[in-house]
Design a protein around this ligand. Structure first.
Ligand code: ADP
Ligand code: MG
Length: 708
């Protein structure tokens, strides 16, 4: 092959990025300091270029360069892009690792991964001895795992005595962030230097609409129609340039795309479009759980004369940069997992974005020339309903899993851990309480044997608890598929067209009915098993309106969970239990062990009331096979909660009160006082004595109960 044929056009492209002019200074800055904060506008080349610069500069001699991303899709697509730029096969020199998908090898020196994956690696190797450089990327997103990693890095690597422990060479840490909060980050990391990449941005004119006002705040279900209208207006009346639409989630996006397809088809380009050089619209969805081959299309320029319209979740705000965008349609909302103290649970909610987030969205239109941002909400909505800044995830979601991780890392004092922004103490206490309820920690806050097993699974602790219960009873085959199915995207296809929707619903009901006992967990198990045993699994999926791709990943996840379990079962103290109840109950009894924190009881009509002390009123989600069967139910457990106009519980299973009777008191057994003392290292002697005498009294009463 001649030299010129090998020469990649991408090389030229990357030389045009703002970061390129600062290449040597950046490399020097990393050499000069153990910690460095790098900041620059989205799209300046931080994520794709800096790791390559550092590799060229010889930073891979001693170890790998690891780059974390809060989002899985970002880790995968960026790794793909960098592999392409470096002209190597993905998984060789450049690879990625995300939950349940490891695309790295012995040769991998530039490794993109989710922050959750790095956190798991810290558990196995706290010194991160395989790495020469760790780059924490997208720190401004303030994801829970990135925040925890920041704290861990501060705790270990800013302390000279600890920093070299377990390492033969010092670790370099680079923290990358879009423009916000760089002083705060530098101060947090021993006042480390900040390297700012000057950006080039063009003005973006923002206009407010009339579709959403303050009165819509309470009952807002994002209507795809509102954004579709605006997008089509842009398409017909604005000059050439691509459109990026921000919506809330997969189903709204798919719905909007369907509608756009239909309506754009009716446009007669000879008469209806102002800019006659535009003669078509290419509609592309973009959301986190989308197949990566489909995602690749997003980055490709549209064919000549065609306008690209990407309908995306917040992922396109900073994680992924799409070139050529000139118009933004901002729905003003985002789907977010929030801890709702009214309900006492983590709830997937659709909430208004912050003003800073709205500015970030608008900024996507001004990368290469002046752009326009169309906000579908009113100025009044902006003023009254949108907060200034987004609250960091650590201050709004359940901390159960990360607190268990910290505990397993030997960090007992989880209250005085160096958090960039402290979570409320009651959130920490709630997490400790939940861990205690799951038997992952004891009353003194020490990790139990079970807790050590639980931390190995990249699953919600409740689900892990149920799985381990099943494993100890020898029936893991019932729970492994369920855990896998709940770890992948939604497997049920819901077509936009009403007739097709009816057909899909009918098929889904039939799959549920096959299990004999209407129970959404059993349905998941049934779908998994039926498809797996089918001769033509993809055809089976098509026929039953099931996402084949999602199911395929569930198969892979199940194998991986099985491997983890198998490894743990080799340990000699893996718990073994027997079950002398009714075998048909076994499945649901195992689920109860992990989901007793999510128990609800029917109160009146179709309304259920949760049993966690909050007594929240919830409804069964229409996607459940138990929807409309409420009258026959009394007690249920559920997997998660979604709040729109109502609070809905999803993936529901009927249970009997006797199965949770002994577990429910655990929800109220410990009080915050006890746990607040175990959360701190220094328990006063007085507290300890009080505590121990209470324990002794409890044991005494247990003995006398047994006697009776
Ligand atoms: P930053 O991290 O500073 O936001 P990036 O390194 O992500 O910037 O992006 C730099 C450039 O690389 C952008 O112009 C973006 O469009 C391009 N790019 C990133 N990922 C891909 C991809 N998967 N395919 C094509 N282009 C990409
Ligand atoms: Mg980036």
């Amino acid at each position: 092959m001649s030299k010129s044929a090998k020469w990649s056009p991408k090389e030229n492209e990357s030389k045009r990025l703002p970061i390129y002019q600062h290449k040597s200074k950046l490399i020097q800055a990393v050499k000069d300091s153990s910690f460095l904060v790098v900041t620059g506008e989205t799209g300046s080349g931080k994520t794709t270029q800096l790791p390559q610069y550092l590799r060229e500069a010889g930073f891979c001699k001693d170890g790998k360069i690891g780059i974390t991303q809060p989002r899985r899709v970002a880790a995968i697509t960026v790794a793909q892009r960098v592999a392409q730029e470096m002209q190597c096969t993905l998984g060789k020199e450049v690879g990625y690792q995300v939950r349940f998908d490891d695309c790295t090898s012995q040769d991998t020196v530039v490794k993109y991964m989710t922050d959750g994956c790095l956190l798991r690696e810290v558990l196995a190797d706290p010194a991160l001895s395989q790495y020469s450089v760790i780059i924490l990327d997208e720190v401004h997103e303030r994801s829970l795992n990135t925040d925890i990693l920041l704290g861990l890095i501060k705790k270990v690597f800013t302390n000279p005595a600890k920093a070299t422990k377990g390492r033969s060479f010092p670790l370099k840490v680079v923290v990358m962030s879009a423009t916000l909060e760089t002083d705060k980050l530098s101060a947090f990391l021993s006042n480390c230097p900040v390297f700012a990449i000057p950006g080039r941005t063009f003005p973006v004119t923002c206009t407010f609409g009339s579709a959403v006002g303050p009165k819509d705040l309470e009952n807002f279900t994002p209507s795809a129609l509102q954004v579709v209208k605006v997008a089509l207006d842009i398409h017909t009346s604005e000059m050439a340039g691509d459109i990026l639409v921000f919506l809330t989630g997969q189903s709204e996006i798919e719905h909007a795309c369907d509608m756009l397809f239909e309506k754009a088809e009716c446009i007669d380009y000879r008469y209806d479009v102002t800019d006659q050089s535009v003669d078509g619209l290419l509609i592309l969805p973009l959301y986190g759980s989308m197949p990566t081959d489909q995602q690749r299309q997003i980055f490709q320029p549209p064919p000549p004369g065609i306008r690209k319209c990407v309908v995306a979740t917040n992922i396109a705000a900073t994680s992924l940069t799409i070139d050529g965008i000139k118009y933004i349609v901002d729905s003003g909302f985002v789907k977010q997992l929030n801890h709702n103290s009214r309900v006492g649970m983590d709830i997937l909610e659709v909430v208004p974005i912050s003003k800073s987030e709205a500015q970030q969205r608008a900024g996507r239109a001004g990368r290469t020339s002046a752009g326009k941002c169309f906000r579908i909400y009113t100025k009044e909505f902006w003023e009254k309903c949108m907060p200034e800044y987004t609250i960091p995830e650590i201050q709004r979601t359940s901390l159960t899993a990360v607190i268990l991780t910290l505990k397993c890392l030997g960090i007992h004092d989880v209250i005085r851990f160096p958090y960039l922004d402290c979570p409320e103490e009651r959130f920490i206490l709630e997490a400790l309480k939940q861990l205690y309820q799951f038997d992952a920690i004891d009353r003194r806050g020490n990790v139990t044997k079970l807790g050590e097993l639980m931390v190995e699974f990249p699953l919600h602790p409740g689900l892990t608890r149920a799985l381990l219960k099943a494993a100890s009873l020898g029936c893991q085959d019932l729970l492994l598929p369920v855990a896998a199915m709940l770890s992948v995207e939604n497997i049920f296809i819901r077509p936009g067209h009403p007739d097709k929707q009816k057909e899909a619903d009918k098929k889904h009901r039939a799959l549920a009915a096959k299990t004999g006992s209407m129970n959404d967990f059993a349905t998941l198990l049934n779908v998994f098993q039926s498809c797996k045993s089918s001769d033509r699994p993809s055809a089976w999926c098509k026929e039953n309106w099931i996402h084949w791709r999602a199911l395929k990943s569930a198969f892979s996840v199940e194998t991986q969970l099985r491997d983890i379990l198998h490894r743990l079962q080799q340990k000699k103290d893996f718990p073994v239990e027997t079950f002398d109840g009714n075998k048909s109950e076994l499945f649901r009894r195992c689920l109860c062990t992990g989901y007793f924190t999510n128990v609800a009881r029917r109160s009146i009509g179709k309304v259920f009331c949760t049993m966690d002390g909050h007594g929240s009123m919830v409804h069964i989600h229409p996607s459940s096979s138990l929807f409309d069967q409420e009258a026959e139910l009394n007690w249920v457990i559920f997997h998660d909660v979604l709040a729109t106009s109502r609070v809905y519980i999803r993936t529901v299973c009927p249970i009997r009160y006797e199965w949770v009777k002994d577990l429910l008191p655990k929800l109220h057994e410990v009080d915050a006082y006890e746990l607040s003392s175990v959360a701190r290292e220094e328990v006063t002697a007085e507290e300890m004595t009080k505590w121990e005498s209470r324990e002794a009294a409890k044991r005494q009463s247990e003995v006398s109960n047994e006697d009776a």
